[in-house]
Design a protein around this ligand. Structure first.
Ligand code: TXA
Ligand code: MG
Length: 323
């Protein structure tokens, strides 16, 4: 049984108690819903990998209510501190070296000597993290390789019966995951475009290098860059200029003609609105397309600026050959 908890003081207290007891609780953040577990409890974290069906070599992010708490577990540096000052709480994850006295169990970081840390800005998530008063490991609350959840209903679709509870704080505001930036070395490396844009990061710390997307086990050394990910069951085709009548359309701006099944990301061609609707759209088109026996999803082009980079990253992975 998976309980649905309302995001009020009682629900948050119950969710915190469950997490402290080692149970798994999904909670909403500004990006996507997380599948939370006590990051200091190896059994709880092993349960997260099992519930998701996630490969053990793909490390999890630890969540904190404030930067000071995060920097107790990792060694910060000037770049990390200036980014934290501007973007935390918010949709940015920093990869930094673990401290010797790091409380987070090694399995959370898949045995790496670095740890990904994040302070979300969603009010209920912050209240929960304060109440737990321990780092909370939380990958997106979907089965591994599937589309990330942006509502409690999405979470239950994939994880009902596999987790103790979901704290329902409504739809996620940003809609794509946090930006993951490795700041453990001299040169910051963008590992995953996300809710904080590259432009915004560069305005604070100057030019950023891109991590190279890796396939299969090559991703072992630089996880989180698995090429195929976020995939609906129907094949996805990007940069569609036209749509066939046996395809469903993920539209951005004025839809191309020719199909009955359309999900509009943003009529006004606004990348922020489109990001917030992306995963819901992929899920809906997937279900509706399969119901009608369509052969795939055609995605219209989205400009590669601002949140458009995160959208294109997710679409590219959804469109990648399945491994
Ligand atoms: O918005 C988000 O970040 C959501 C919410 C719940 O906070 N969480 C999320 O977690 O997207 P997850 O596990 O789906 O993605 C974490 C990403 C993965 O790509 C993982 O490989 C990368 O962060 N990552 C985690 N630890 C890392 C590390 N030490 N070095 C490099 N990449 C790391
Ligand atoms: Mg994920």
């Amino acid at each position: 049984m998976t309980e649905t908890l309302a995001a009020n003081p009682d629900g948050i207290a119950r969710a915190a108690e469950l997490l402290r007891s080692g149970a798994l609780v999904s909670f909403g953040t500004e990006t996507v819903y997380g599948l939370g577990g006590d990051a200091t409890n190896a059994a709880a974290v092993a349960g997260i990998f099992a519930a998701k069906g996630r490969p053990r070599f793909n490390p999890l992010i630890s969540h904190y209510p404030a930067a000071e708490a995060a920097f107790e577990d990792v060694t910060s540096n000037e770049i990390a501190r200036s980014l934290a000052a501007v973007f935390w709480p918010g949709p940015l994850t920093l990869v930094l070296p673990r401290r010797t006295r790091c409380r987070v169990t090694l399995i959370t970081g898949a045995g790496l000597d670095t740890l990904a840390v994040r302070v979300p800005r969603h009010r209920d998530a912050l209240a929960l993290l304060c109440a737990v008063n321990r780092p909370v490991a939380a990958p997106s609350a979907n089965r591994s390789g599937q589309v990330s959840p942006t509502t409690a209903a999405h979470v239950l679709d994939g994880l009902r019966g596999r987790i103790a509870a979901v704290l329902d704080s409504g739809p996620c505001e940003v809609g794509v995951e946090s930006t993951v930036l490795d700041v453990s070395g001299a040169q910051p490396i963008l590992l995953r475009p996300g809710g904080v844009t590259k432009e915004a990061l560069e305005a604070v710390i100057g030019p950023i290098e891109h991590g190279v997307p890796l396939a299969g086990t090559q991703a072992l050394r630089s996880p989180g860059q698995l090429v195929s990910h976020y995939a609906p069951l129907l094949p996805v085709r990007m940069d569609a200029a036209a749509v066939a009548n046996d395809e469903a359309l993920l539209a951005f701006g004025k839809p191309c003609n020719g199909t009955g099944v359309i999900f509009q990301l943003s009529e006004a061609a606004d990348v922020i609105e489109a990001a917030a609707r992306l995963f819901d759209g992929l899920r809906w088109l997937d279900a509706e397309g399969q119901r009608r026996g369509l052969r795939g999803i055609a995605a219209m082009p989205v400009p590669d600026i601002g949140l458009g980079r995160a959208i294109n990253d997710r679409l590219r992975r959804a469109a990648a050959p399945r491994g």
